[in-house]
Write a protein that binds this ligand. Structure first.
Ligand code: COA
Length: 260
């Protein structure tokens, strides 16, 4: 599949999706959101892709936000539709994928860019990365899940301050906040992310997908995460991956998982 605004490659079990509009600091226009949806869906369905890495092209930006030029003259209903469609197609879509998604944040992650990184299952940042939700400086609020996922990740008070001030934090502050899991030199970002992906790939894809669902359930309104865990735990016992994992352990060999 060919794309105008993203690059997508799969090597050695890792699908790397790179947002590639460097002249606009990889800002998310409608076409880019559609392409990301397609590429993520394809990677999720691809048995060869065990982990997905999302990153930005160039050294300056991961994603500098939703493309402001596209919504500057929107009406109330168009604004609501923009947020609802974007959340369904990209942000909630990523968060609920069965395949683990790591955001490799290689520079500015602002507005929709930080929301994209926060929708991923976890984040690794380069040392030059800067993150923030500056929407209130434009007279709008984060609309791609930012008002929900930022407090979940960093706590309510810090999220309130970051959103109200429209400020930016650097990679080390993000690490201290727990917004990113690791900070590495920019030139090592993809290699380091690949090492973490390698550790994930040794494990059962079916169990990882079940863990993602159980963890996410705890953050869903009206769902009980503990009940979801019990259900997902039980379902694991019916999988080939569980047979393989336990037999490999008992026979003192490495498991070969076929799940996904
Ligand atoms: N939407 C549309 N275009 C954007 C964009 C966005 N979110 N962010 C950057 N761009 C474009 C700029 O308009 C500029 O395009 P041009 O060269 O055709 O004029 C190009 O990307 C480079 O950005 P520029 O602002 O010149 O770079 P800078 O180094 O001076 O500043 C930022 C970098 C990230 C601080 C600045 O681009 C910025 O504040 N972007 C908007 C961030 C934002 O508010 N995001 C939330 C959106 S809801």
């Amino acid at each position: 599949m060919s794309y105008n605004n993203i690059l997508s490659t799969t090597t050695e079990g890792v699908a790397t999706i790179t947002i590639n509009r460097p002249s606009k600091l990889n800002a998310l226009n409608r076409e880019t959101i559609n392409e990301l949806h397609k590429a993520l869906k394809k990677a999720d369905e691809d048995r060869a892709a065990k982990v997905i890495i999302v990153t930005g092209s160039g050294e300056k930006a991961f994603v500098a936000g939703a493309d402001i030029s596209e919504f500057a003259d929107f009406s109330v209903s168009e604004g609501g539709k923009l947020a609802a469609e974007g959340q369904a197609k990209l942000f909630d879509f990523i968060a609920n994928l069965d395949t683990p998604v790591i955001a490799a944040v290689n520079g500015f992650a602002l507005g929709g860019g930080l929301e994209l990184a926060m929708a991923a299952h976890f984040r690794i940042a380069s040392d030059n990365a800067k993150m923030g939700l500056p929407e209130v400086s434009l007279g709008v609020i984060p609309g791609y899940g930012g008002t929900q996922r930022l407090p979940q990740l960093v706590g309510k008070g810090r999220a309130m301050e970051l959103i109200m001030t429209a400020g930016m934090i650097d990679a080390n502050q993000a690490l201290q906040y727990g917004l990113v899991n690791h900070v590495v030199a920019q030139e090592n970002l993809l290699e380091f992310t690949g090492v973490i992906a390698g550790k994930i790939m040794r494990n059962s894809p079916m169990a990882i997908a079940a863990a993602i669902r159980a963890i996410n359930a705890g953050f869903e309104d009206g769902e009980n995460g503990f009940d979801a865990e019990v259900m997902e735990f039980g379902k694991c016992f019916g999988t080939a991956d569980f047979q393989e994992g336990t037999q490999a352990f008992l026979n003192k060999r490495k498991p070969v998982f076929t799940g996904k």
